[in-house]
Ligand binder design. Structure first.
Ligand code: SAH
Length: 350
């Protein structure tokens, strides 16, 4: 089945030309798809016979809401979507003063193996198509009625491990005839796949790159994040410095504070040393406790922050939103996987 929604307008134009259709069809269908049409039959300005032809040859992705949880504290909404093949993914809608932000997933599960993260517990099932990443924005907006102005790629999955589809998604969501979300309103978070960071720098997109660092020393980082075992912190920093040099975009470093693991003074000092001389921003995240993990949140977040700041490194503590609704990465899917017995083979708990 053809995935029309993953096509750019240009590709759609040649697709319709090959069908012997006029050029303007592409834009008509593009507008319908990006506004959340759930079937070809609602596309009222498309001839009936073409609607039928498309319905027979194209898959129109439209995820179902499997679960929806709304925080009573701050209005955060967490969506668990069921995809066409039965797999589930999550998105979180957060309301900030500067606009509504949607955190999207880019894979079903994740292969990166970070020990503190709920998304990776069952490994990666598959990559998401560009249309399936886009659908999260289209349908969260449609369901909530909230205009989404910012996107963070910090949901389930490793964006740079699904590089081509993620880049295609960025192009689609950026289209002025589509959702028209500017690159400067998009953040992409990576566990640090250096070759792909280098490749991303080639595209010189104006998005914000977030690097999940979580430890400044190789011993701790390799323990927390298997990705560090092949390529250590020094090589990662090299890619980060070069990313800034080539794009002019300041990198944001994520650092989940874990009790007795990465929260000591010497690690703050080492981190400050690493970032010296590069325009950087450190985002300290209070660890979200994952049931399966022995790791505990740190009580030294403020001290750690002050120690960084006293050495000239900008550091902020991430405000927790939606903590009453399992709103962090992979937690809702995990819960669903544990409870669900009705979809054997899909989303099973290992
Ligand atoms: N794969 C990407 C993006 C997904 S995770 C990455 O690794 O960056 C988004 C952020 O949440 C990452 O910084 C990740 O390390 C962090 N994270 C995952 N589990 C967490 C937890 N239990 N507590 C706090 N932060 C967590």
């Amino acid at each position: 089945m053809i995935d029309l929604k993953s096509m750019t307008q240009e590709e759609m134009t040649s697709f319709f030309q090959e069908l012997g259709q006029p050029k303007f069809r592409a834009k008509q269908v593009f507008l319908w798809l990006h506004r959340g049409a759930a079937s070809f039959s609602e596309m009222s300005n498309i001839p009936k016979n073409l609607q039928q032809q498309l319905a027979q040859t194209c898959r129109l992705t439209a995820p179902e809401i499997e679960r929806k949880q709304e925080s009573k504290m701050d209005g955060t909404i967490k969506y668990l979507w069921r995809l066409w093949d039965g797999n589930c993914i999550e998105s979180v809608l957060m309301r900030y003063r500067h606009g509504n932000t949607l955190c999207v997933s880019c894979q079903v599960g994740c292969n990166m193996g970070c020990v503190f993260c709920a998304s990776t517990l069952g490994g990666k099932v598959r990559d998401l198509a560009p249309s399936e990443i886009l659908d999260q924005v289209i349908f969260a907006q449609k369901d909530s009625g909230a205009q989404i102005s910012n996107i963070v790629m910090m949901g389930i999955g490793e964006p740079l491990d699904n590089f081509e589809n993620v880049l295609r998604f960025l192009e689609l969501v950026n289209d002025p005839d589509g959702l028209n979300i500017g690159m400067r309103h998009i953040s992409l978070s990576t566990c640090g796949l250096v070759n792909k960071i280098d490749k991303l720098a080639d595209s010189a997109l104006q998005l914000t790159l977030s690097v999940s660092l979580h430890a400044p020393d190789d011993e701790t980082r390799s323990r927390l994040m298997p990705v560090n075992r092949a390529v250590g912190v020094e090589r990662l920093m090299e890619s980060c410095r070069s990313y800034f040099a080539r794009t002019g975009r300041r990198i944001s470093y994520e650092y989940a504070m874990i009790d007795g693991v990465n929260d000591s003074d010497w690690q703050a000092d080492l981190l400050a040393g690493l970032l010296k001389g590069q325009p950087a921003h450190v985002n300290l995240i209070p660890l979200n406790h994952v049931e399966e993990s022995p790791l505990k949140p740190s009580h030294r977040v403020r001290q750690f922050q002050q120690r960084l700041e006293s050495q000239g490194v900008t550091a902020t503590v991430r405000r927790k939103l939606g903590s009453d609704i399992d709103a962090s990465c992979g937690q809702l899917r995990r819960k669903q996987m544990k409870e669900s017995t009705s979809h054997p083979g899909k989303d099973e708990v290992p």
